[in-house]
Ligand binder design. Sequence first.
Ligand code: MLT
Ligand code: MN
Ligand code: ZN
Length: 303
Amino acid sequence: MKIRVLGSGAGGGFPQWNCNCRNCHGVRHHTIRATPRTQSSIAVSTDNRNWLLFNTSPDILAQLHASPEIQPKEGVRDTGIKAIMLIDSQIDHTTGLLMLREGKPLDVYCTEMVKQDLSTGFPVFKMLEDYCTVNHHPIPCDGSSFTIPGIEDLRFYTHALKSKAPPYSPHRNDPHDGDNVGVIIEQISTGKKVYYSPGLGEIEPHVMNAMQAADCVMVDGTFWTDDEMSSQNISPKKAREIGHLPQSGEGGMIEILNKVENTRKILIHINNTNPILDEDSDQRKILDAAGIEVSYDGMEIIL
Ligand code: MLT
Ligand code: MN
Ligand code: ZN
């Protein structure tokens, strides 16, 4: 299977439009070695022609312009996007649906909770009723498997994660299974597995099991420290509070990934404040030494 990273940044992208942090200033003015990143999304295919999109970022149009394999091939209107899976209803993962309104009905796979958010707090499913329309396909949150018509040779397993619904959600402070899911993508013919979870607040046993069993993990790379935003007076919010396990420190993502063996380890959904974006930073060297990669837009993983 091939995985194409469409957007490796967290909400806001890199640089973020209104941000003057060391990284954003540095990448704008070329004073650090770093590459801009669009917002969080990947695409997966086993035939280079039919793609399953994971999440639809506000940057989707630029991401598709940069991805010839997903562009129209036949007839006057066409796309390589055969279906979409949403892992949550966050703004950076869902607003791109509006950019796909010119096409055929969208086959969107997501949990009932995500569907609820996208029909109430951010009623994009309802809005699209007067454009392309959305066919919603419910997905499990208990780790059971399913396949997607048109996406050959792949099987998916989705499980609930301990995290939160987005700030706009009517049930922001009332967590439910299915507000966020982690997904195992398995190629049926080869048995190869990828675990994809750009928002991981807590490593529950089923998450650890999924990572151990995977050939490649693409996991939450949002923040280096818990107080990354508060220490720079950017926001009072702590990483863990908003559902993102920081990389450094006790119980952090590096410590977790050190326990996972025989697996390619890739961080994704990287916030613009994260020092790992500076390729010459000490933090980046720590990741290199631990064998942990930092994803970038256009990165392709072949398993
Ligand atoms: C997150 O990943 O925590 C959210 O995307 C943040 C946001 O919506 O800005
Ligand atoms: Mn996000
Ligand atoms: Zn910034």
